[in-house]
Design a protein around this ligand. Sequence first.
Ligand SMILES: *[C@@H]1O[C@H](CO)[C@@H](O)[C@H](O)[C@H]1NC(C)=O
Length: 190
Amino acid sequence: MAKKGVTLLLFLVLVVAAEAHQLQDGEPTAVGHAGRRGEAAAPTHLHFYFHDTVSGKSPTAVRVVEPPAASSSSPLSMFGMVNVMDDPLTEGPEKDSDPVGRAQGLYMASDQATVGFLQAMNLVLTSGPYNGSTLALLGRNCPLDAVRELPVVGGTGAFRFARGYALLRTHWLDFRTGDATVEYDVYVMH
Ligand SMILES: *[C@@H]1O[C@H](CO)[C@@H](O)[C@H](O)[C@H]1NC(C)=O
C-alpha cells in the first residue's frame, strides 16, 4: 500500500515537472525578437522590382544547363534546367528606374509535374540605408502562381542574423521570350 502511494506521488511529481519544463520552453518564443532588442518586433519591409532578362544581346540570366530531352516529366516543367542570374533590382517597375541592387544566384527547374524552381540567391543591395548588405534567399518558386513565398535564410551587414520571407508577384511576363519583371515584398527580422 505504502509502495503504491510512493509510486503515485512520484508520478505526480514527474507530471508537474514536465509541465513546468514545457512552460519554460514556451517562454523564449513568446519573448522572441522583442526581448532581444528590447523593443516591439517589427520586420523591415523592402519593396522593389526584379528584372529577369533571358533574351536579346545582353541577357542578365543565362541558361547553363538545358533540360534533358529524354525525360519522363511534363515538357512544360523544363525539369533539369539551370539558369544563373545577375538580375537588376529597381525601385519602380520600369527597367530604367533607380537601381537598388542585384539578385545573384540560380533557379533550377526541380518539379517534374509543373514549372517549379528551386531558387537560391543573394539580394545584394547597392543603395539606400542597406547599401552593402545582402540577404540570402532559398526556396521554391512556381513562376506561374500569382504569389510565391521564399524564405529569407540569412544575411550580412545590416542583415546579420536575418530571418524572414519574400512575396513575389509577376508584374510583367513575355511568354514568347520568358523575360519577366517581378514585384518583391521582403519582410525581415534582423
Ligand atoms: C553604396 O556604397 C558604395 C560603397 O561604399 C558607394 O561607393 C556607393 O556610392 C553607394 N551607393 C549609393 C547609391 O549610395
